[in-house]
Design a protein around this ligand. Structure first.
Ligand code: MTE
Ligand code: MO
Length: 408
């Protein structure tokens, strides 16, 4: 697998990377220190061998990979850092022609079904650029005890990129949404791992589609959407489970019932209706759909495992997000939650963008520390310090993120 993973600039210092880039690397100035440029642009990665060394590959078919948490430090996530999640086969990217790609709006609750080319979408509707948090429902699954089956994501199956496209609600309105509409249905070009049928087809309640700033996007971070992230067109709903943000999108349906597409049925992307004990078995009829992600935060600097000198001021920083809500407070503790200090916190660039927090700490004596972060949202919900409600598929883990630091 490592054969053509060549580091173009092994060991280059961060400041010189921008000037020496082999490809047009948008947002390169946001690159965290210590990252080398690769010889294949992230836009064109089409197989696991193209991924830089910083990715941990969970499996290659379907391809699932995530970066170390500290590389998520920039306010908007560079394309070559964002985690990658496919449920089935990847499309034949090289043979996609964006000029003939079609996007169809249909379903029982659409008045006039229509098909648009990407050029028509660009021409007919207002273009919007937004920062949207995309988090896998199973992000942080590795932390659950007892262990929940599924991809063992660390805490970095989340990213906030800048997306450009048209609003889902503008396109739906152009086709007319009937009053009996209940749910959307998202369709993509990729196939189930068996080669038969769709890999995934999920949706959202119609109110979400009609009220939120969700996009049908053709650009990520100012460039074509990278193959891995859904070239040439993607439906993106910030703050909802990543599984509703359909990559390589071929259309959206408006249904008169809860959508029954692939991976809509329990237990996929669902949690128990009533609380269960860790490890308990749950009947499929006792699950409910995860509609929104929940309040969470990430410490992206310093990198876990580092050492600082006694007396040093350490800037601890990261991001916080809360599904479709806003984060109102982030607190940090270095004494296992005995005491907490409030961090500074930015406003989101737009609804469902993640927010940046920072605090300067002076650790009082030499030794080993854990730094914990805890966010609180606009409705007063915050993060548990140990594990949240256990569930069979290991979704929605939002326990406090912690890093280790040694004062030498
Ligand atoms: N077409 C398509 N879209 C998809 C998927 C997929 O397998 N195929 N996976 C979904 C899931 S489960 C997640 S978490 C996100 C991952 O997006 P990313 O690969 O850009 O990080 O894409 C979603 N959209
Ligand atoms: Mo996901």
């Amino acid at each position: 697998m490592a054969i053509d993973r060549r580091n173009f600039l092994k060991g280059a210092v961060a400041t010189s990377v921008t000037a020496m880039l082999p490809v047009n690397w948008v947002f390169a100035q946001n690159r965290p220190a210590g990252m080398a440029a690769m010889d294949v642009s992230a836009v064109k990665w089409s197989k696991v061998d193209h991924l830089p060394e910083h990715f941990k590959v969970l499996n290659s078919s379907p391809l699932n990979a995530f970066p170390p948490e500290h590389l998520l430090d920039p306010a908007t996530t560079p394309s070559d850092v964002a985690f990658i999640r496919w449920n089935g086969q990847m499309p034949d990217f090289e043979n996609i022609n964006p000029d003939t790609w079609e996007f169809t709006v249909d379903g029982e609750s659409i008045e006039t079904p229509k098909t648009y080319t990407i050029a028509e979408l660009k021409k007919k509707f207002k273009t919007h650029t937004q920062q949207l948090v995309l988090e896998c429902g199973g992000n942080s699954r590795v932390n659950f005890y007892p262990n929940a089956k599924g991809n063992q994501w660390s805490n970095s199956a989340v990213f906030c990129a800048e997306w450009t496209g048209v609003l889902v609600k503008d396109v739906l309105a152009d086709c007319g949404v009937k009053s009996d509409a209940v749910y959307t249905a998202h369709y993509g070009a990729d196939k189930h791992i068996s080669g038969k049928g769709a890999a995934i087809s999920r949706g959202v309640p119609i109110e979400a589609a009609m009220n939120e700033n969700a996009l049908i996007a053709w650009a990520m971070n100012g460039e074509d959407i990278p193959y891995m992230h859904g070239y040439p067109l993607r439906i993106v709903f910030g703050g909802r489970p990543g599984s509703v943000s359909q990559k390589c999108a071929t259309g959206i349906g408006v249904r008169d019932r809860v959508h029954d597409g692939k991976k809509m049925a329990a237990p996929a992307y669902q949690v128990p209706k009533n609380p269960v004990a860790p490890g308990e078995k749950v009947d499929n009829k006792d699950f409910k759909i995860i509609e929104e992600m929940i309040v969470k935060s990430l410490i992206t600097s310093p990198q876990t495992g580092g050492e600082v000198a006694l007396g040093d001021s350490i800037e601890v920083r990261g991001h916080a997000w809360a599904g479709v809500r806003e984060v109102t407070k982030v607190e940090v503790s270095y004494d296992y939650g005995t005491t907490w200090q409030s961090a500074s916190l930015t406003k989101p660039a737009n609804p469902t963008a993640w927010q940046q927090w920072a605090i300067t700490l002076k650790l009082p004596q030499t030794g080993y520390y854990e730094i914990w972060a805890r966010a609180t949202d606009s409705q007063g919900d915050s993060q548990p310090m140990v594990q949240p409600q256990w569930n069979p598929k290991g979704y929605l883990f939002n326990g406090c993120h912690r890093i280790a630091l040694r004062v030498g």
